[in-house]
Ligand binder design. Structure first.
Ligand SMILES: [Zn+2]
Length: 94
């Protein structure tokens, strides 16, 4: 009985066979905010209102994906070895 399949080559991974899991968290990095005197003088409420206004018409799922996405894949040993050599797959570089 097949429990898993390799997400790269499609090979069946029956129960108790060697299986690897790749988890990828892709999220927006926010550097520590430094608050200046100028920031304190700003009208934050107006800025927040403007931001909310801009977000109003945006797709909530798209907004969430802009901030955080995660992926999980099952791999066979061969694909895991190949994947580990180049996790960022340079072929996607423009
Ligand atoms: Zn595979």
């Amino acid at each position: 009985m097949v429990y898993y399949r390799c997400d790269i080559c499609g090979k069946e991974l029956p129960k108790k066979s060697l299986r690897y899991i790749v988890k990828i968290d892709l999220y927006a990095a926010y550097d520590t905010l430094e608050i200046t005197k100028e920031d304190l003088k700003k009208d934050c409420l107006t800025e927040i209102r403007e931001l909310l206004e801009k977000m109003k018409d945006m797709d909530p799922r798209k907004l969430e994906e802009d901030v955080f996405m995660n992926f999980k894949y099952d791999l066979c040993k061969q694909c895991k070895d190949k994947y580990a050599q180049n996790p960022l797959d340079i072929t996607i570089r423009v």
